[in-house]
Design a protein around this ligand. Structure first.
Ligand code: MRU
Ligand code: ZN
Length: 216
């Protein structure tokens, strides 16, 4: 469905949700130095055509302004005329939507996600063993083991996309860019937030557990 035909109330709801999540994550210090980006999809989805609202590039994400978000299409192009520039990482959002059909994607840079991505870079995934919060990903096995994929970080964003496509694991709603940050997604904003919070908890746990082990 073309962007013009999408219901105004759906577009407004998505912008209100993004505003709320952005302000909450900013209060947690999850957007240092203008880093991070957030998006929520609006309307119907086919891999060939969809639209989503995304944070404008380079903004101070701890402030709320009328120019914080814009709508883009499946190719990351603005859905309507605007002077705003979409996030520099919009193509990664496009690819995750295409691969998963999800409804929201949240990306943050934190010290813990950066540290564990480097600690486990050689094995290209972050292992997590038997921690209760794995259940936030709807994985209910007793003593579940998961591996959170890590991909290379390149300054040229289109070069990151093929690795995301290749490494994306349908069971794990997130992917780590090496020494950069986590992309977490879900069917909607509520689920993407739950997943992101679980990843961040698990990264801090893994980091601290590795430190504790190394003392003995
Ligand atoms: C300013 S450092 C962070 C950026 O390089 C980038 O990784 C990021 O997450 C934010 O880029 P943005 O274009 O504002 O969405
Ligand atoms: Zn980033």
């Amino acid at each position: 469905m073309s962007f013009a035909h999408l219901a105004l109330e759906d577009k407004q709801r998505v912008l209100a949700e993004l505003t709320e999540v952005k302000s909450l994550f900013a209060s947690r210090g999850w957007f240092p130095g203008t880093s991070g980006n957030l998006s929520i999809r609006v309307g119907d989805f086919t891999p060939e055509e969809f639209h989503f609202a995304i944070t404008a590039s380079g903004k101070d994400k701890s402030r709320s302004t009328p120019e914080d978000f814009l709508f883009v299409d499946q190719d990351g192009k603005p859905s309507e005329p605007t002077k705003l520039k979409p996030s520099a990482e919009t193509l990664i959002h496009c690819e995750i939507y295409k691969q998963t059909g999800c409804g929201a994607i949240f990306h943050v840079h934190t010290v813990f996600n950066n540290l564990v991505s480097e600690l486990f870079w050689e094995r290209t995934s972050i292992p997590v063993d038997g921690v209760e919060l794995i259940k936030a990903f709807n994985i209910w096995d007793e003593e579940a083991h998961i591996d959170i994929p890590i991909v290379s970080n390149f300054a040229h964003i289109p070069s990151i996309v093929p690795e995301v496509t290749e490494r994306l694991d349908k069971r794990i709603p997130g992917i780590m860019l090496r020494k950069h940050g986590i992309y977490a997604w879900g069917a909607n904003a509520f689920e993407a937030k739950r997943h992101l919070e679980a990843f961040e908890f698990l990264f801090e746990y893994v980091y601290r557990w590795e430190l504790l082990k190394s003392r003995t």
